[in-house]
Design a protein around this ligand. Structure first.
Ligand code: ASP
Length: 358
């Protein structure tokens, strides 16, 4: 069944596997990209390969001219009503790399939403002028609702979720997977490894999405380290258990540092505090990485962070070759370019150019 076969209420009540099917095209790839659950091992491998091809092709003027010609006839809208630096800029760059012209709304005070226009009418307005909408919102489920709205309109253009509420950030998880795969290329690949998540796991959407994508890789153990009030949700643990993934929940980061292959740090998500200053009362002093902690880590462990950071990774760590967060950020541009190319069915042309020219 396709998304257009359901009313909004029916669609909302579908199970996640049913939603995934209803959002897929005939070849099984996502039309709208809304959830991490839409990615399986086959489409993850495909996107990572495509990202590497784009990265290689983009090194020459000839290659860039080819890439920019791919979607020169299309336009994308960046609809970001929640603050963003890296996701916004890397999507903007990814659009430029693949030749898309871009428009943006970052503040509803400058659009007709300010005059009381509904989100549905706004999104249909955007779809009149653009061929793709990349959106970020602090509202859980808004991207989903907008995807349903467009699919049931006369201009059913794709939506990419660039972060929704505390819940999902599927394209951050894609770049995290791409970073892990590249980092472990010479260490047997992304398998038989331990990934440790540290920080505000209760409210960090990047952790939820990455934890989900890691299920697709063999024997990846997941360790969740946080002070009790910020620990990972039971729903995430239940999902891991149902897939036979080994996991551990602890508040002792220092004890686990010597055994892990990747440390995924996150900041305090205090914008979600229900009372002002609530997060500041939580003791996070044992959940920070500095030079001392780096001494405890394996010589080939990697340190990741979706950024922005506060003080959870000391700036002294930036010069350590194991600090991967700057490269991780740049990987976002390549994997997002790959996602855009595959959303518009250009992957085959990129493969062909790569085969013939590199
Ligand atoms: N940039 C990431 C996000 O949008 C992480 C963060 O903000 O802490 O979720």
């Amino acid at each position: 069944m396709h998304i257009t076969d359901y009313s909004w209420t029916e669609f909302q009540n579908l199970s996640m596997p049913e939603k995934v099917i209803s959002l897929s095209r005939n070849d099984g790839t996502p039309f709208h990209t809304l959830f991490a659950q839409q990615f399986n091992r086959a489409n993850l491998d495909r996107l990572c390969r495509l990202a590497t091809e784009i990265r290689t092709i983009a090194k020459t003027r000839y290659g860039m001219t080819f890439l920019r010609s791919l979607l020169a006839h299309k336009r994308a809208m960046l609809y970001f009503t929640q603050p963003s630096s890296r996701t916004f800029l890397s999507f903007l760059s990814a659009c430029q790399i693949t030749g898309l012209n871009v428009g943006e709304v970052r503040d509803t005070a400058t659009s007709s939403e300010y005059k009381g226009e509904s989100r549905e009418d706004s999104i249909r307005t955007f779809s009149s002028y653009f061929d793709l909408i990349i959106m970020r919102s602090q509202e859980k489920g808004l991207a989903e609702h907008m995807a349903w709205t467009l699919s049931n309109s006369e201009r059913p253009i794709p939506i990419i979720n660039a972060g929704s509420g505390k819940d999902q950030h599927p394209t951050q998880a894609l770049l995290d997977i791409y970073t892990l795969k590249r980092s472990f290329e010479r260490r047997g690949g992304l398998r038989d490894k331990t990934v440790m998540f540290v920080g505000d796991l209760a409210r960090g959407r990047t952790v939820r999405s990455l934890s989900q994508l890691l299920i697709n890789y063999e024997n990846i153990r997941q360790v969740f380290v946080a002070p009790a009030p910020l620990q990972i949700g039971q729903d995430v643990l239940n999902t891991l258990t149902s897939h036979g993934v080994q996991w551990e929940v602890t508040s002792d980061m220092h004890a686990r540092l010597p055994d892990v292959d990747a440390v995924y740090m996150t900041r305090m998500q205090d914008e979600w505090d229900s009372t002002k200053g609530e997060s500041a009362k939580i003791d996070t002093s044992r959940f920070k990485i500095g030079v001392e902690e780096m001494r405890l880590c394996k010589p080939d462990a990697i340190i990741m962070h979706p950024l922005p950071r506060r003080d959870e990774i000391s700036t002294e760590v930036d010069h350590d070759p194991r600090a991967m967060y700057w490269r991780q950020m740049r990987n976002g541009m390549w994997i997002r370019a790959a996602l855009i190319a595959s959303t518009f069915d250009c992957a085959g042309r990129i493969d062909e150019f790569h085969r013939e020219n590199l």
